[in-house]
Design a protein. Structure first.
Length: 145
């Protein structure tokens, strides 16, 4: 068995505030890396401080709508924060990113992400418009070939 480790930076196009199912986008850009590992781990690291990654329900879009509402009820936009250089959504975006996190660890089995039937990878965008989001994808484990 041969060990392998690969890394690649991918980009998700910018979008407005909301919760987005991005599993297919990530797979489209990182399929080669993921398929190069038979059994191992995929690390996804979002290289930003105003958005998050999470794993959640992938079938019903109302889950994403509710998650967006919940997050912004937890930390509402406000001009009362001291850190507001980029607008009233600036500091709340940093706080929400800290609460939800910017990285995921997903098992790889048989060269595919071992997600449950109803699981998908979500981008939680906290800015009114956050711009393109970079994700560093690192895979490691037993090589597929």
């Amino acid at each position: 068995m041969q060990y392998a480790c690969y890394q690649k930076k991918i980009v998700l196009k910018g979008r407005k505030r909301g919760v987005y199912l991005v599993t297919a986008e990530i797979m489209a850009q990182a399929r080669d890396l993921i398929q190069s590992i038979r059994t191992g781990v995929c690390f996804l690291f979002l290289m930003h401080t105003s958005a998050s990654l999470s794993i959640n329900e992938n079938a019903d879009p109302t889950v994403r709508e509710d998650m967006n509402s919940i997050m912004h009820n937890l930390v509402p936009d406000s001009s009362n924060y001291r850190h507001n250089y980029e607008g009233d959504d600036d500091m709340p975006a940093h706080a929400l990113s800290t609460l939800a996190g910017c990285s995921l660890t997903i098992p790889i089995s048989g060269g595919t992400l071992a997600l449950g039937t109803w699981q998908g990878i979500h981008l939680l965008e906290y800015r009114h418009f956050g711009g393109d989001r970079e994700i560093m994808v690192t895979v490691q484990g037993a090589a597929a070939k």
